[in-house]
Design a protein around this ligand. Structure first.
Ligand SMILES: C[S@@+](CC[C@H](N)C(=O)[O-])C[C@H]1O[C@@H](n2cnc3c(N)ncnc32)[C@H](O)[C@@H]1O
Length: 295
């Protein structure tokens, strides 16, 4: 069945109220979009922050008369006759099929592939991680994850233990295990990430070598030979004393999730414990690596 879609510009303050009114009027679905390019990094758990310029997108059945709805919106004091809106016909599509079609196997470095379960594995001899997009962050399509996967592929992980700090979907821990790591520990503040990591480890038959913890449950004295953390510059800075203590002397560190302009500051911060390398870049993002000094 085709649909009609009403798009209108609003603010973070009024978007929820408009959404409720449009649902009352008969909209079958509402989504919010960024009206300008204002990325929202790392919302706190339980928070759903909106953009200053939020576009409310409401979907209606194709035969729905939108004129009274637009009149109602124009009568709202916070929208008024200046209301910026657009009405579009939406052709009917198999949206699930469309979404699935947009995911393909991706190669990272020389040996590693991340493959959605519904695709054929391009190279059965490669190190293949089967992973479907889900609620937790980490499919490999984001440059910050890609930088970590390329780094893991470049290491000799055979027999090593690794910590994936901020494990999200578990993609890095599972990839490390499939690349030969003996055991991995995933840590995340989000229950959904712990569940997703467990599911992805099971799908890849490495669950017996993956331990998962919320930070408060993490064992005392935990240390590993390799640590990877893809969690944005703010937490990397704040958690530096904690993160450095998780790496054994001579152990390897990779930090990702920082923008190019943040790399020098974060590198300097970790240089008190690690011999830091030059950053690697992908798009606007940087990855820092280093080796733990024997302090
Ligand atoms: C950008 S995602 C990275 C996911 C995955 N490791 C990847 O590389 O795609 C960051 C993850 O770090 C988690 N996180 C954020 N702050 C954290 C903290 N203080 N301690 C542990 N995990 C944290 C988030 O819940 C999220 O799952």
């Amino acid at each position: 069945m085709p649909w009609i879609q009403l798009r209108l510009h609003s603010s973070s303050e009024h978007a929820d109220a408009i959404s409720d009114l449009l649902m009352d009027e008969g909209s079958v679905s509402i989504t919010f979009e960024d009206g300008k390019d204002q990325p929202i990094f790392e919302p706190k758990l339980g928070e759903t922050p909106l953009w200053n310029d939020t576009v409310v997108v409401a979907l209606f059945d194709a035969d729905f008369d939108l004129a009274p709805v637009v009149d109602m919106l124009k009568s709202l004091p916070f929208l008024g006759s200046e209301l910026k809106y657009k009405i579009e016909q939406i052709e009917d599509k198999d949206w699930v099929r469309e979404w699935m079609d947009s995911y393909h196997p991706i190669q990272f470095g020389k040996r590693l592939w991340i493959c959605p379960s519904w695709r054929e594995v391009p190279d059965p001899e490669a190190v293949n991680v089967i992973l479907d997009p889900g609620l937790a962050f980490g499919t490999g399509t984001h440059p910050t994850t890609a930088l970590c996967l390329e780094w893991l592929d470049s290491l000799d992980l055979a027999g090593k233990d690794i910590i994936d700090f901020g494990c999200g979907s578990g993609i890095l821990a599972v990839a490390a295990l499939k690349l030969g790591a003996a055991k991995a520990t995933g840590i995340d503040i989000d229950y959904q990430a712990i569940d997703a990591s467990r599911d992805n480890a099971q799908r890849n038959q490495v669950e017996d070598r993956l331990a998962l913890y919320l930070p408060e449950d993490q064992p005392a004295g935990l240390k590993a030979e390799v640590l990877v953390a893809n969690i944005l510059a703010g937490p990397l800075r704040e958690l530096a004393p904690l993160i450095q203590a998780l790496v054994q002397p001579g152990g390897k560190l990779a930090l990702s999730g920082l923008l190019k302009e943040q790399a020098a500051e974060i590198s300097e911060c970790y240089a008190q414990w690690f011999d830091m390398d030059q950053p690697a870049h992908k798009d606007d993002w940087s990855r820092l690596t280093g080796v733990r000094k024997s302090l």
